[in-house]
Design a protein around this ligand. Structure first.
Ligand code: PHE
Length: 354
């Protein structure tokens, strides 16, 4: 029972007694003080939590000490002396205990010592760069050396920037739900299927000459050992007066020599893209599981005059080239990785090798 409650009980009993004896007895307060004194002496303050409890129960505004002082006010003058003396002694004891507690908690930094400091420390793993990031950065560096500026574009695109402006016909299979992730089919909002949409945005916003690369994530409904529904490309675009196909070839061979070295086997073969004419693809020779194979790393070509027109550039005055390379494929070739899915499993045994 709290001191206050006991007090109410005793007061009411005292009033009953008044009717019979007219002598209220406050000796119970001395008992109460003795009881609290014992409690204070045995109270252990070792942590912040103990200190809070001590304040709540004893030394604070609503603690026992204050209750006793409230009660003390109602004692008749002739009984005040003994109780007052005991109460003052208790007050000093409560304050001493509190000070001791504060000193202990502060000097032992007790919030920390709640933990067992003798346990061995936790080992923190050092972070590693993901191989795709390493390669992406290397590709950017190679192109920045010869004057390309890095530009990024949105991953959620509209049909116009991703397809129409790039000369894709309305019935082109890439526009099918099987090949493209649509965010909203009615409004033709989709996840970009290639970084070529950034070509369009750059041509619309800037005036030639322009020389940019645009790395980033792209999305296609496709999944097997060499295809992932999310993968990375790096787009390149150069527009100026008199840009020729040999400029394109020169830049791409400069890239291959810088990235793979001088002795790399390269195949440069004709291809088709709706937005370039002529178009080509580049393959790199590699040996995987003892077998020699070609792996396609990029598509490229001279920008189709229709695309230049769509983006407000006069094809009579300017010409340009574009290319788009797959970062996963460059990484697979560099590190001889035969399954693309290893990149996305977040297995530290794989990541820690780079
Ligand atoms: N956007 C094409 C693809 O994703 C690659 C490409 C880029 C081809 C630029 C030509 C020019 O396959």
């Amino acid at each position: 029972m709290k001191v206050k409650d006991k007090y109410i009980l005793v007061i009411s009993t005292s009033f009953q007694l008044i009717f019979f004896t007219f002598i209220p007895n406050f000796n119970f307060m001395l008992n109460e003080i003795a009881e609290i004194t014992e409690k204070v002496k045995s109270f252990q303050i070792k942590t912040h939590a103990d200190l809070t409890l001590y304040k709540q129960e004893i030394s604070g505004k609503n603690g026992s000490l204050n209750d006793l002082f409230e009660m003390f006010k109602t004692i008749p003058g002739d009984q005040k002396k003994d109780v007052g003396k005991a109460l003052n002694e208790l007050k000093i004891l409560v304050a001493e205990k509190f000070d001791e507690g504060v000193t202990f908690v502060e000097s032992n930094n007790v919030t920390k010592s709640d933990k067992d400091e003798t346990l061995p420390g936790k080992f923190l793993n050092f972070g590693k760069r993901h191989p795709l990031n390493l390669v992406n950065e290397e590709v950017i560096n190679i192109f920045e050396k010869v004057g390309f500026i890095t530009k990024e574009g949105p991953e959620v695109e509209d049909d116009w920037h991703n397809f129409s402006a790039l000369n894709f016909t309305h019935d082109h299979p890439a526009r099918d739900m099987q090949d493209t992730f649509f965010v909203n089919k009615e409004n033709n909002i989709l996840l970009r299927t290639h970084t070529s949409s950034v070509q369009v945005r750059t041509m619309l916003n800037e005036k030639p000459p322009m020389r940019i690369i645009s790395p980033g994530r792209v999305y296609r409904c496709d999944s097997d050992a060499t295809h992932s529904p999310v993968f990375h490309q790096c787009e390149g675009l150069y527009i100026d007066k008199n840009v020729s196909f040999s400029d394109l070839k020169d830049t791409l061979f400069y890239f291959v020599r810088s990235y793979f070295g001088n002795d790399t086997k390269v195949r440069f073969r004709p291809s088709y893209f709706p937005f370039t004419e002529p178009s080509a693809e580049m393959d790199i020779g590699w040996t995987v599981d003892g077998k020699f194979k070609w792996m396609e790393i990029l598509g490229c070509g001279m920008i189709d005059p229709n695309v230049l027109k769509n983006c407000g550039i006069d094809p009579e005055e300017y010409s340009g080239y574009a290319f788009g390379m797959g970062i996963e494929r460059l990484t697979m070739l560099r590190y001889k990785i035969s399954d693309i899915r290893l990149f996305y499993e977040n297995d530290l045994r794989f990541i820690n090798q780079f």
